[in-house]
Design a protein around this ligand. Structure first.
Ligand code: S3P
Length: 165
């Protein structure tokens, strides 16, 4: 079975949905951000602060390349994984890519108490809107899209099960 790859902006539900989906399908769940943190031995925010975004993106590409060689995984990716075309090419080889989306206000509500270095700015809602606009084309790489704004986790999981059935 192919991997199921969840892409999308921060706060669209990739990790939560991915965990539930993996349990339903009895597949292994992997969060690429967690693998990056394990390999680097530090948190994402500290990687950004110490070494900058490019270094983080290099680590991300290494992890994505490794995960893309495996099978039967549910992979939750970081929101910026789409910024490098090579990541997408790797993920596509053995994976069905599903885009999760959400309204900017919903995203802010979901991420406001979490550690997202790119959103640590005075006007996070404006930043979210700006980043979504900048990334719109990058996310537009799959026919499978689910707006999770008004959906429960169980509903999103059911929707993904329909897609892959
Ligand atoms: C990022 C999203 C984060 C994490 C890093 C950069 C982004 O992942 O990879 O902070 O560029 O959108 P989540 O989407 O899991 O929050």
């Amino acid at each position: 079975m192919d991997n199921i790859v969840l892409i999308g902006f921060m706060g669209t539900g990739k990790s939560t949905v991915g965990q539930h989906l993996s349990e339903r399908l009895e597949l292994e769940f992997v969060d690429s951000d967690e693998v990056i943190e394990e390999r680097a031995g530090r948190e994402i925010s500290s990687i950004f602060a110490e070494y900058g975004e490019e270094y983080f993106r290099d680590l991300e590409t290494e992890v994505i390349t490794d995960l893309s060689r495996q099978q039967r995984l549910v992979i939750s990716t970081g929101g910026g994984v789409v910024l490098r075309q090579e990541n997408i090419e790797q993920l596509r080889k053995k994976g069905t890519i599903i885009l999760l989306t959400a309204e900017p206000e919903v995203i802010l509500d979901r991420v406001k108490d979490s550690d997202r270095p790119l959103l640590e700015v005075p006007e996070p809602l404006e930043k979210i809107k700006e980043m979504l606009a900048d990334r719109r084309e990058y996310y537009d790489i799959t026919e499978y899209k689910i707006d999770t704004s008004q959906m429960s986790v169980a509903e999103v999981v059911a929707e993904i099960e329909k897609i892959i059935s």
